[in-house]
Design a protein around this ligand. Structure first.
Ligand SMILES: Nc1nc2[nH]cnc2c(=O)[nH]1
Ligand SMILES: [Zn+2]
Length: 441
């Protein structure tokens, strides 16, 4: 066993429901055996109870539960930064041409490495991933995540209209390729499968039926898609699905909504749609950087909470601007501030919860990950800014650990991630480089 000594913070309960959800151990201890936290508390107490255990000293930074990114696209790493256009133009101009390259196995393998290392080096230990339209590339992604150990819920993206021919499939092929991928990867190691129609705009009723058939045959799989992101998209979906009451209903009527369903965006929601999401107990993955970059709109968090809809956080790379869940937390905070009375004032506890435990709940993995309670896996990220950096000065002089957490969300980047563990295994260690010195006159 190893006794980790660290300043750690976590949210074992939901801060939107409990005012004291943020738990802080300034000099904390986590006793870890076979990758699982056996005991969690103050270092002094754990040391007294286990005086001979090996101590690993992580003081000098902030130890947080590994981030859980509930919406991120594997084949879009290289299109991060396509600014200046709204969703449907962005897809045509940036995302889809790049995604069409994933039939090339060498390209798929190279980007799979870039993708997985981008996530873990940002402190993300679990991700709900939009895969590729090509089954072979999804297989490549799972091979990479299995090798590195990233907890991954992912699936083949399926569409049969309005994208480009290379990215279209048929309901029959969507079913047979999905089935083969599920049988190979769902439940293998830390991998799970998510049935993933791209969005209703690019999916006929036949594709949605094929998705439903997979979910019926394999009840443990997850479901993810996009919904209500952009007004032009919403209007087009309304014209395409004349028998549906609204966008959410296109998935609801197909029988795709349930406890393991995560829909990204949900910026333009009717009250009926929020009610339906609450009834089906599914989750909205809020992607604030993407919503800002693509000008999609302001996420109605207050209305989600009032309706009782679960909310988690996603980076939406590459509509989003990078893999940092800290940046997503900050952007979520900014947007709620800008909404004034219609916004929810977010505190550090909310940001940490949205980036960690909320994702575990969305994936029904909260019995296993998402916080540092005893019984959870040791999935953790140590944030310790480089020597001499501004962030180091800020954290070292914070008036409280809660203020330090707020500062980390405000100014922290990938450069501040020092070490990352998944299930007790260290999967990322920062290479220390020579300190930058100001040039003297
Ligand atoms: N942000 C975003 N929205 C989508 N809707 C359908 N496809 C996409 C995508 O790749 N990114
Ligand atoms: Zn997306």
């Amino acid at each position: 066993m190893t006794l980790y000594r660290a300043t750690f913070l976590h949210t074992p309960v939901n801060p939107f429901h409990h005012s004291d959800a943020l738990k802080i151990e300034d000099d904390g201890g986590l006793l870890v055996q076979n990758g699982q936290i056996r005991e969690s508390g103050s270092f002094a107490d754990l040391k007294a109870a286990h005086p001979t255990e090996t101590v690993e000293d992580l003081r000098g930074g902030l130890l947080l539960p590994g981030f859980i990114d509930t919406h991120v696209h594997y084949p879009q790493v290289r299109v991060i930064g396509g600014l200046g256009v709204p969703l449907l133009d962005w897809l045509d101009k940036y995302a889809l041409p790049e995604e069409a390259r994933f039939g090339d196995s060498a390209h798929a393998a190279t980007v799979a490495r870039e993708f997985v290392s981008g996530l873990i080096s940002s402190g993300t230990t679990t991700a709900l991933v939009f895969g590729s339209h090509f089954a072979s590339a999804v297989d490549t992604l799972f091979q990479e995540t299995e090798q590195v150990g990233l907890r991954t819920v992912a699936g083949q993206v399926v569409s049969d209209r309005m994208l480009r021919p290379e990215l279209h499939t048929t309901p029959e092929r969507a079913y047979s390729e999905g089935k083969a991928l599920i049988e190979k990867w769902h439940g293998k190691g830390e991998n799970r499968y998510a049935v993933t129609p791209r969005f209703s705009l690019s999916a006929s009723e036949g594709i949605l039926e094929a998705c439903a058939a997979l979910m019926k045959e394999f009840p443990g799989v997850h479901f993810t898609s996009h919904s209500n992101e952009n007004l032009k998209e919403v209007q087009t979906v309304r014209q395409l699905f004349l028998k549906s009451r609204d966008y959410i209903d296109t998935y609801e009527q197909a029988g795709l909504l349930g406890r393991r369903s995560v829909l990204a965006h949900n910026v333009h929601m009717t009250d009926r749609e929020l009610g339906a999401m609450a009834t089906h107990n599914c989750t909205s993955a809020h992607c604030p950087c993407s919503n800002s970059a693509l000008g999609s709109g302001f996420f109605p968090l207050k209305r989600h909470l009032a309706a009782g809809v679960r909310v988690s956080l996603g980076t939406d790379v590459g509509g989003g601007t990078g893999f940092s869940m800290l940046k997503e937390g900050l952007q979520a905070y900014f947007m709620q501030q800008l909404l004034g009375d219609s916004g929810v004032p977010l505190e550090p506890s909310h940001l940490l919860y949205l980036a960690t435990r909320a994702g575990a709940e969305a994936l029904e993995m909260d019995g296993q990950i998402g916080d540092f309670s005893a019984g959870k896996a040791f999935d953790a990220s140590l944030f310790q800014p480089p020597e001499g950096s501004t962030m180091q000065a800020v954290l070292n002089n914070a008036h409280s650990t809660e203020r330090a957490l707020a500062s980390l969300f405000a100014g922290g980047t990938q450069a501040d991630v020092k070490r990352v563990w998944i299930g007790g295994k260290e999967v990322f260690t920062r290479r220390e480089t020579a300190q930058a010195e100001p040039v003297s006159a």
